[in-house]
Design a protein around this ligand. Structure first.
Ligand SMILES: Cc1ncc(COP(=O)(O)O)c(C=O)c1O
Length: 448
């Protein structure tokens, strides 16, 4: 019996022992196509030799030096590189490195609060986010977000956040409502929520520029984020873009905020930043936020032992170097278009695929019982969970989830293959996904 406190105490998980390229292998020698990098992490695939070299070199020279005594070359180089890639407004910005996406969002929330305090705006302490958003599992980040399932038992411990609608036109656009009218309705709701709560109490709005795990690679309608940015500015509310899942090349650019034409005040990244070779997340503060710190205390009012960890920073810098050397952003764009075409060919007419959505190498099939009415499958059928299980049996790692509609109902399957994939890998992905989905859905139909 395992002494590891696993996520599910009753599951017997296979033991992963090796990874090579887009494949993972378990102790029995079974091969799995890693088509989701777990949760959009392994963008370079597994066992990348340049990553192994970079990590070994760094450990040999310096594994750790505490950030209250020293800076380190990897942290400096990584910060400089990220700032050079960031959207306009980050030119004299700075990045803080921590161990995960949740921690990055904790840093972002504290930075937002600190920004207002430094400017003698002490009342601003509340955080806004969107329903069904996910910003991490630490108490602060969980409290900011709107992931009902993950929040449920912790509700009494969570901060007093304010939620607005997610931008989910497929489900929440009204009959006959144009995308533009839907956008206007959501922006009006944002303003009304701010006014009702008291704008002077709100520190920041946290958003995923492309919603990740909860809603399944869901982009906003055109104009939405520019509208959100303008309203934040109007009310002195900071905008935090959580690009933990969608950023770092996953959608074809390093930053989705840039694709949406906005400059957030703070951007958080993780997952693809370390590509699974090291746990690392970053909170990037724009020039506006950093200036407030310079004009105020001159301090970052936050600290963690493993901040700016040399090996983690060296790994992330090496990921960016490999991306550049091999034009992996170009790969994401080319392969992304191919993946979209393959998914539309395989599932475009599928009676139980209601929506196919995504960007770059970040794609989702939303599953429905009835395409016409968009009626979801009954929650208790656990379609997403069953597809995950059958796909893994079929040698495919993908990322199905349940709850996209209201935290309970609504199944979707997300894929996020490595940037080093080939066309053949994408064909294998779609074939295995089709077999797995058909296996589950036909058994369900037979049982109904
Ligand atoms: C958008 C987003 N933010 C934050 C997080 C939390 O990141 P981590 O699990 O590394 O703490 C996640 C993880 O799935 C995420 O998708």
């Amino acid at each position: 019996m395992s002494s590891v406190l696993h996520r599910n105490l009753n599951l017997n998980l296979p033991m992963a022992v090796r990874g090579e390229g887009v494949y993972l292998y378990d102790a029995a020698g079974k091969e799995y196509l890693d088509a989701s990098g777990g949760a959009a992490v392994s963008c370079l695939g597994h066992g990348h030799p340049d990553m192994v070299d970079a990590l070994c070199d760094q450990i040999r020279s310096l594994e750790f030096a505490h950030t209250s005594y020293f800076t380190s070359r990897p942290a400096e180089d990584l910060a400089e590189k990220l700032i050079s890639l960031a959207p306009e407004g980050f030119g004299r910005g700075k990045a803080a490195f921590v161990g995960s996406g949740s921690e990055a969002n904790e840093v972002a929330m504290k930075l937002a609060r600190q920004y207002h305090v430094e400017r003698n705006d002490h009342k601003r302490h509340r955080f806004m986010a969107r329903r069904m958003s996910y910003h991490g599992n630490s108490i602060g980040a969980l409290g900011a977000g709107g992931h009902t399932q993950r929040r449920a038992i912790y509700e009494p411990m969570l901060i007093d956040n304010l939620l607005i609608s997610s931008c989910y036109y497929y489900r929440e656009g009204r009959p006959g409502e144009s995308e533009q009218d839907y956008c206007t309705r959501l922006l009006d709701e944002f303003v009304q929520t701010i006014e009702a709560a008291g704008p002077e109490t709100i520190a920041a709005l946290m958003v995923e520029p492309i919603s990740g795990a909860t809603l399944g690679s869901l982009a906003a309608v055109p104009g939405y984020f520019k509208g959100i940015r303008a309203i934040c500015d109007q009310y002195g509310i900071l905008l935090i873009a959580d690009e933990v899942m969608c950023g770092m090349g996953r959608c074809g650019d390093y930053f989705v905020s840039a694709q949406e034409g906005i400059t957030p005040d703070i951007i958080t990244i993780a997952k693809g930043l370390g590509a699974g070779y090291q746990p690392i997340g970053a909170a990037m503060a724009s020039e506006k936020v950093i200036s407030a710190l310079y004009d105020g205390s001159g301090m970052l009012s936050n600290g963690h032992t493993y901040m700016g960890h040399s090996v983690a920073c060296a790994a992330a810098k090496s990921v960016l170097d490999i991306m550049e050397r091999n034009d992996l952003l170009g790969n994401v764009r080319r392969l992304g278009a191919e993946l979209e075409a393959k998914l539309r060919t395989a599932f475009g007419d599928h009676p139980h695929v209601g929506d196919i959505r995504g960007r770059g190498l970040f794609w989702t099939l939303e599953l429905v019982e009835n395409r016409e009415t968009k009626q979801p499958f009954p929650v208790e059928k656990n379609i997403a969970g069953r597809i995950k299980h059958v796909a893994q049996q079929n040698g495919l790692i993908c990322y199905p989830s349940q709850g996209c509609i209201n935290g309970e109902a609504g199944d979707h399957v997300l894929v996020a293959p490595p940037f080093i994939s080939t066309s053949d890998h994408l064909t294998e992905l779609v074939d295995k996904l089709q077999t797995s989905m058909d296996g589950v859905l036909s058994s369900f139909a037979a049982a109904a």
